[in-house]
Structures are given as C-alpha cells and as structure tokens.
Ligand binder design. Structure first.
Ligand code: FAD
Length: 384
C-alpha cells in the first residue's frame, strides 16, 4: 500500500547517503558544543534541500508529501536538528505557494528554493502558543505599508533565517478573533530585532529565538494572498504539513533509538549472555519495533491523503500524536537497554532522550492534537 516509486526511493536514498556520509560523523560533536552546522547547510543548499517541496515551476524539486516524510525520517535517524533547519523554511514556502499571489510566488519561492533566502514561521508569542487567536502582534495599515509591533517567541531559524511568515492582527477587535488575523512575508530590516537565543534541553546547534518588531514597516504587497483576515486559515493548512513532518521526525528518532538498542543488546553481555537473550530486553525491543512500524504507516497514510488534496487534520493529528509518543517511549527504552552507558554522552541515546520531548510540544502539543482528533470524530460522525 505504501510502496515508494523508483524516483521517490532514489530521492530518499540520496538523503540517506548524505546524512550518513556528511552528518553522522560530526553530529554528536556539533550537538554537544551547540554549534550551528554551517558547512552542512551550505551542502544542503547545493543539493537542493531547501526546495524539496517547493513547486518545480518556482525552482524547487516539487517532492510530494510521502517522499518528504520519508526524507525527514531519514534525516532524524541521524540528527533531528537538521530537520529543524529545513522544516519551518519549507512550511513558510508552502504557505506562499498555496496562498500567495503570483507575484509573491515569483518574488520569494525561487530564492527560498535555492536556500539564498532562508525561512521560518513566526506564530508563537510569549503569551500565546496553543491559543494562536490570542496573539498580540499588530499590523496597522499606513498607506502602502503595514507597521508591525509585537514580540514573537521560540522562532526556529530566527537568527540564521531572514524571511519569515509572520502572523499578526490586522483587526484586533474582530470577533471571532481569527477573522482579524493576517499572514505577512517579513524580511529582516530596521525594526526587526533578534533579542535573544533560547538555551534548550535538546534540539541543539539550531537557533530558537525571541524576535521583537518595533515599528517594523512591511510593504502592503507582502500580505500573503493580498487579502486581510485569512492568515489563520492559511497557517492551519500549513500546520497539517507541519504535523506530518513532526510525526516523521518522531519515526526517525524512534528508529534510531531502536537501531542503537538492537546493536547494543547484542554487544553487551551480562550473566554470561548478550542482554538481548534476556526476556525483559526482548519485550522492550518487540514493543519498540512494533510502535515504530505502526508510526511509519500512520505517517505514510496521512501524507498520502495530503498528496491527494484531501483534508487530513484528523489523520495528521493522529500521526503526530502517536509517532511523537513513540519517539519518547523508544528514547527511554533504548536508554534503559543501554544501562549506565546510555546516560553518558558517549552514546547517541542521551541525545534522543533530550530531543524527543520537543516533538510532543511543537507544532501543536499532543494535548491539542487529542482535541483536534476528538472534534473531527464528532464532526465526521454527526448523529442526525
Ligand atoms: C524548540 C522550539 C521551537 C519552536 N519553534 C517555533 C517556530 O519556529 N515558530 C513558532 O511560531 N513557534 C515555535 N515554537 C513554539 C511551539 O509551537 C509552542 O511552544 C507550542 O505550540 C506550545 O505553546 P506554548 O509553549 O505557549 O504552551 P501553552 O499553549 O501555554 O500550553 C501549556 C500547556 O497547556 C496545555 N493546553 C493549552 N491549551 C489547552 C487546552 N485547550 N486543552 C488542554 N490543554 C491545553 C498544553 O498542551 C501544554 O501542556 C517552538 C517551541 C520550541 C520549544
């Protein structure tokens, strides 16, 4: 049911080869020193990574969601932070490709696809994450410009990127609030300040920033789609893709934790035999492997629906929820299997253990995913 075509397989294999050859040998060192992987990013630009899902007509590779998810899975088997450099950039590009005017697509997408302009998504604020309708950033129309004031929090690529999709209120009094929310393409300039880099438990080597907009002027032609009040709907559709991507990250991370556990359990000997021969370890391996396989199928199913143009918030939500909980589960089980060594920086499992919790929080927390799933269940099954 989820067989990849030869072309899809070739794309995934090329990324696997790149990750194994260029990233795996340096990932642990860069992560522990919290160093931005600039050299790897330059190679990613040359290989077209920043245009993975950008339509070919605008200079990208035009990959479908199924292939994209399989690629993210491969990336996260090696180092999840690399996917962070790509993903919000690609969600930003997706939002422009889906909703932008022809002029906006021509102006922004080719430079984003080449990686010359590096993107991100600026939604969350110090007082609004799950509840995005409560944002306080305001965009006020003055002539042929909007003047933006407000603070954005936790913005991935905030320092290394220069082109963001920014959510702001064009009508702060609108009821319901989402009708007064718009989405803008903003590029760094006077009044756009990166005020701090957040220090994190994991997801290292990658910038997560607070951004302040202080009377920041944006040309009116950068209002995505050219119409006010549609930003919330635009970003929700982008988040469907984002959730499939976070689910795929969970699969990759969980697979890495499982692979390491399978290897280590054959090398480590206790009570005269390799630990995999103890039934307690076998149960862990079996549970991990079963959840990883189920996760991968959930991602592929949601991605396939997205590619068919079907609404998939229920399926993307289920994939996001299950796959990221699987990542948490596998990271912990793999650490237990590694015993004391798993708690040291000599093994990658301690990194998986620090990276996994972001997945249950980002792109809509898993509590919020459950709400989305439940609402959709009722909406799709009304009692007459
Ligand atoms: C490393 C990192 C990178 C990020 N990158 C980006 C980025 O690039 N761009 C961006 O815009 N944002 C980004 N974020 C922000 C992220 O999307 C938010 O942190 C996330 O949406 C949760 O919002 P919050 O932190 O405000 O938590 P809150 O919304 O304050 O939630 C706190 C808790 O309350 C629960 N909760 C809230 N509402 C409900 C409800 N109705 N019912 C039940 N439980 C509820 C939540 O599930 C959670 O457990 C990033 C965050 C991190 C940590």
């Amino acid at each position: 049911m989820f067989e990849l075509s030869d072309m899809q397989r070739a794309a995934v294999a090329a990324v696997r080869e790149f990750m194994q050859r260029e990233v795996k040998p340096v990932a642990s060192e860069l992560e522990h020193s919290n160093t931005y992987p600039q050299q790897i990013v330059e190679q990613m630009k040359e290989l077209g990574f920043f245009g993975f899902t950008v339509p070919q007509a605008y200079g990208g590779l035009g990959l479908d969601t199924v292939t994209y998810a399989a690629i993210i899975d491969e990336i996260c088997r090696v180092w999840m932070s690399i996917s962070g450099i790509l993903n919000s950039h690609l969600i930003m590009a997706y939002t422009v490709a889906q909703n932008g005017t022809e002029e906006q697509k021509r102006r922004f997408l080719p430079k984003m696809a080449s990686g010359e302009w590096r993107g991100g998504v600026a939604l969350s604020e110090p007082d609004a994450g799950s509840d995005l309708q409560a944002i306080r950033t305001v965009a006020e129309r003055r002539g042929d410009q909007y003047i933006i004031n407000g603070t954005k929090m936790f913005i991935t690529n905030g320092r290394s990127g220069n082109t963001f999709a920014l959510l702001a209120k064009t009508d702060p009094k609108a009821q319901p609030a989402h009708k007064g929310i718009s989405l803008f393409i903003v590029q760094k300039g006077p009044g756009f300040v990166v005020t701090r880099d957040l220090d994190k438990l994991g997801y290292k080597g990658l910038d997560t920033c607070e951004l302040v907009f202080d009377n920041f002027a944006v040309p009116a032609e950068n209002l995505i789609g050219g119409v006010e009040g549609r930003g919330f709907a635009m970003i929700m559709s982008g988040l469907e893709l984002g959730r499939i991507n976070v689910a795929a990250r969970g699969v990759g991370l969980a697979q890495a934790a499982l692979d390491d556990a399978i290897r280590y359990s054959q090398q480590r000997v206790t009570f005269g035999k390799p630990i995999w021969q103890h039934q307690a370890i076998q149960l862990k391996l079996a549970d991990m492997a079963t959840r990883v396989r189920a996760s991968r199928l959930l991602v592929a199913a949601a991605a396939q629906m997205k590619d068919k143009g079907e609404r998939c918030d229920l399926e993307a939500g289920m994939a996001k929820l299950f796959c990221t909980e699987t990542a948490m589960f596998c990271a912990e089980e793999s650490m237990r299997i590694h015993g004391g060594y798993g708690y040291t920086k000599e093994f990658d499992v301690e990194r998986y253990y620090r990276d996994a919790p972001l997945l249950v929080i980002g792109e809509g927390t898993n509590e919020i995913q459950r709400l989305i799933i439940a609402r959709q269940l009722i909406q799709r099954n009304p009692v007459a």
